[in-house]
Design a protein around this ligand. Structure first.
Ligand code: 5MM
Length: 342
């Protein structure tokens, strides 16, 4: 639960967390990424979730979005594979059919509830369509409310396209991520820091490596400037891969390229890295993760924080029919176990 210790001021006048609060954050970050479990990303915005429901012929509305998230959270055995679940603001404020709020139900299952706090992306002026993530306005007030309602961690996603990312785009998004992360830690919430380099397109592996390296280097520079304690964050990056429209390469090559970029940019103080799936097929991301986990003497815990790779099969199987709930939950559990045993 949220730590509410006294705060102290450092020499520059910045408000910082106390040692007790930091050890709580570090423990939560470790819990989220170790022990073979991962974090389920079920935080699609209302717009994205509605589109995904409608694509499966399910009418979109607050009730169907709630029913779908309840199906995911209550899958019997989910806590064996999943340490945390990222929720959207809508779900965070909803109740299961038994009347329990989602964050409370997650806690009772032994799954840490998290909250997506960014409010989406908008074009960054003069940058050829590159995006900046918004959501910093009143973020401190929102975080206090989420913490009071049981949030253990939060998530903010910056989005980078390989064709439009330059040092300014990387810096602007990294700055926002760092302000978000510092605010989270002030409120006793572990920030998931998610700089996602999209894999859309036909670019080569080296292009993804270069853009991912630039994004991650910028993020860690800005986290440092913002005074974020790296022991109390979770990094959620993409795998370094060729574009989805380029010829595929062996999973071992993806793992090696990803590890090389991470080793260059991610300090060993970061306790855990939880990868996003980014639109890659489930079997592919499980293979990437498996080969990464096999690399000896890694400085960080490594696990999954997949969204689509875990849930797409379940959504398709459910199709909005109560009779399909058990089969849909089984698909989710199967995918979680594949990711977990990678
Ligand atoms: C679940 O989707 C998340 C929210 O997306 P929108 O705000 O665009 O609706 C997304 O941030 C997700 O948590 C990550 O991208 C990881 O999901 P994938 O599907 O890439 O593993």
């Amino acid at each position: 639960m949220r730590t509410t210790g006294r705060r102290r001021r450092n020499l520059e006048g910045m408000t910082t967390t106390t040692p007790t609060e930091m050890s709580t954050l570090a423990e939560t970050a470790r819990q989220m990424t170790s022990g073979g479990r991962g974090v389920l990303a079920a935080d699609e915005s209302i717009k994205t979730m509605s589109a995904r429901l409608e694509a499966e012929g399910i009418p979109a509305g607050d009730v169907t979005r709630r029913d779908y998230r309840e199906l995911l959270l209550t899958a019997d055995g989910l806590p064996d594979s999943v340490s945390g679940i990222i929720l959207s603001d809508e779900t965070f404020g909803q109740e299961l059919s038994d009347g329990r709020p989602f964050p409370l139900a997650a806690r009772e299952l032994g799954i840490l509830p998290g909250i997506k706090v960014d409010t989406g992306t908008t074009p960054l002026p003069g940058q050829g369509g590159a995006l900046i993530t918004e959501g910093l306005d009143r973020l401190g007030t929102r975080l206090a409310s989420y913490a009071g309602r049981g949030a253990a961690f939060a998530k903010w996603r910056a989005v980078f396209d390989v064709t439009t990312t330059n040092s300014y785009v990387a810096r602007a998004n990294a700055h926002a991520l760092a302000r978000y992360a510092a605010l989270c830690q002030e409120h006793g919430i572990v920030p998931i820091v998610e700089p996602e380099v999209l894999c859309n397109g036909d670019h080569a592996l080296a292009v993804s490596a270069e853009t991912t390296g630039l994004a991650l280097a910028s993020v860690f520079e800005e986290l440092d400037r913002a005074g974020v304690d790296l022991t109390g964050i979770v990094l959620k990056p993409n795998f370094v891969t060729p574009g989805l429209d380029a010829p595929a390469i062996p999973a071992g090559d993806v793992a090696a390229a990803t590890y090389e970029v991470l080793l260059d940019t991610v300090p060993a103080a970061v306790p855990g890295i939880a990868f996003l799936s980014g639109g890659h097929p489930t079997a592919d991301v499980c293979a990437f993760l498996s080969d990464l986990i096999a690399i000896p003497e890694r400085p960080w815990h490594v696990t999954f924080s997949f969204g689509r790779a875990l849930v797409s099969d379940a959504l398709r199987t459910w199709a909005g029919a109560p009779a399909n709930v058990a089969a849909a939950q089984q698909r989710l559990l199967d995918n979680c176990r594949s990711a977990q045993s990678s």
